[in-house]
Design a protein around this ligand. Sequence first.
Ligand code: AMP
Length: 331
Amino acid sequence: METVVSGIRSTGNLHLGNYFGMIRQAVRMQAEYNCYFFVADLHSLTTHPKPLDFQQNVKQVLVEFLACGIDPDKCTLYVQSDIPEISELYLIMNMLAYKGELERVVTFKDKARKQPDNINAGLLTYPVLMAVDIIIQHADKVPVGKDQEQHLEMTRNYVKRFNSMYGVNYFHEPLAFNYEKNLIKIPGLDGSGKMGKSEGGKNAVYLMDKPEQIRNKIMRAVTDSGPEKPNSTKTDAIQNLFALLNIVSKPDTVQFFENQYNHCNIRYGDLKKQLAEDIIKFTTPFREKMEALSDDDLYIQNIRKQGAEKARITARKTLEDVREIIGIKAK
Ligand code: AMP
């Protein structure tokens, strides 16, 4: 059976981008693959969270994973920092990663532009830690959104480099995965780019948002002054609203607004109202489950412990093999 690995950083509540980019695939893959899903809490350290917030954020992502249908009886669900082998393999793999290639990574350049006062080395080597998350479990497939495509390519490069440097055929090359043909990018509400946790609260619709918050956010989403000619090309902002409509609304609803747009009689207010209601319908069951699970600390703690025990079995073996291959440990 093929192995699957994927994680989500504990840097805030999960949004529609996380759901459609990763979680929806993950839930389906549990039944078909040997799956490892984790909370990427070490990755969140690049943002310097306060110690008290750190644990709360980890718990929140665990709760959200479970509420969305990640089932610890069907997969291994764990927290990255509970697997110390990841940190050691990260150190080792950092020796194979070069500054020039890391500086060319789009997500690094993006973050460096947005947070010029906090361009730390962890941010630069994010793709190395991500590669380690994947290869320590020998993953074949990695369900991720489009934003992670380049990181997967780098993971494959590190695999090839490791194998060739040490003359082995030890790690194999993982592939980014989506059940549809292409990886998905869910757009943000500010008219450009992707929906993201770090793009500011108004850009993202969180699965935890209450109906009123969703209505407010959607009604404030960026639009334009409307099409002037029939069948005009949509601006990015409008394209984004239609992209969201496409994922949560019925096909005939989408078609209805497409027709209105193409005939230049669209009222964006109506489209937004419909979109908000369809998102609410979609996210309400998740929110209710999250609220119910949030109080059950013991259950969450047990799941976390069991997941760590399972994930460490493979992680320990991989690290032992690597220590032998590179000569830290005598054969
Ligand atoms: P992150 O929140 O950056 O840790 O991302 C966790 C997962 O969600 C990764 O697989 C991302 O590719 C995916 N993801 C995050 N934002 C989006 C988005 N706007 N569209 C599609 N997938 C996304």
